[in-house]
Design a binder for this molecule. Structure first.
Ligand SMILES: [Zn+2]
Ligand SMILES: [Zn+2]
Length: 289
């Protein structure tokens, strides 16, 4: 029974959340039902992290919960802010129907996921391979344990880069606005699932989707292992560009970064802009005597 749960929980949570969102679309209340579906997935994962915990040492508090939540809320606030500004500027307007927007919704979502993934893949890869962007992305990687509360821990500049790299692909793809909402929702569901500290089985799913099994390797402190599995939702571009990494029979050991990361939220926000100072002196204002 336990094995069955471990095999089915990931697809079950993804599909059940999508069903909740589909009900929202049918009722014309997709925003409300997206929030309900997100609450559903968080509640289930919090319970699963207790019952089917993957690593006991990742349940020990690391003093980063407040910082994780602060980054999450700042990012969510920024997204809302940009939506309001873009609406006011008329940049988000009812879109004219295209040939693609008349295609079946499932096909539009598959196209949307694939094209946005290309932007996300390169933005993520650049964040690992270009030292200046790594300063921002290292905030996400600096945690020593993975659990669902890490999901939204991104420096806001890192989040802006990801959105800027993927949104144009989505808007230019010609899929409908509803399909764009679906792609955004699925990205949110897969995102929270990839960070969960739950002992699950994925079988062939890990060759198609970004699963916790893959994302744990991505958080390895060892750059030759961590600089892989850049896909946000799909692993397609990792397969094409040969950055896919999975060892089914092994488990990641130490996760995190080699560099210094301040513990407070405010210092984490400032750190990428004053990288050398923080790497040399930490949170102190001046060099120690
Ligand atoms: Zn990364
Ligand atoms: Zn992550």
């Amino acid at each position: 029974m336990t094995y069955l749960v471990k095999c089915c929980l990931w697809p079950f949570l993804l599909l059940s959340s999508m069903i909740i969102l589909a009900i929202g679309f049918a009722r014309g209340t997709e925003t409300l039902f997206f929030n309900l579906s997100y609450l559903w997935i968080i509640t289930c994962l919090l319970a699963a992290e207790k019952i089917y915990c993957y690593r006991g040492d990742w349940r020990v508090p690391d003093g980063q919960t407040k910082a994780n939540l602060a980054h999450t809320f700042l990012n969510k606030g920024l997204v809302q802010f940009f939506i309001v500004v873009f609406l006011a500027l008329g940049w988000i307007a009812p879109r004219e129907a295209t040939l693609l927007s008349t295609w079946p919704m499932a096909l539009q979502i598959a196209i949307g996921l694939t094209v946005s993934e290309l932007g996300l893949y390169f933005a993520h890869r650049l964040a690992h391979e270009w030292q200046y962007l790594w300063r921002f992305h290292s905030v996400h990687h600096s945690v020593k344990r993975l659990w669902i509360i890490n999901t939204g821990r991104f420096h806001f500049v890192d989040s802006i880069v990801s959105i800027a790299a993927s949104l144009p692909f989505l808007l230019l793809s010609g899929i409908s606005t509803d399909a764009i909402i679906w792609v955004s929702a699925i990205t949110a569901y897969i995102g929270i699932l990839t960070h969960c500290n739950v002992d699950l089985r994925f079988g062939p799913l890990s060759y198609i989707f970004n699963t916790p099994e893959l994302h744990r390797w991505h958080h390895s402190i060892e750059p030759s292992i961590g600089n892989t599995n850049y896909g946000e939702n799909l692993m397609l571009w990792d397969h094409i560009f040969k950055t896919f990494y999975l060892k089914k029979s092994e488990h990641v050991e130490v996760i995190g970064i080699e560099e210094h990361m301040p513990s407070s939220f405010i210092h984490q926000l400032k750190m990428p802009f004053q990288w050398n100072h923080y790497q040399t002196y930490g949170e102190k204002n001046t060099a120690p005597d």
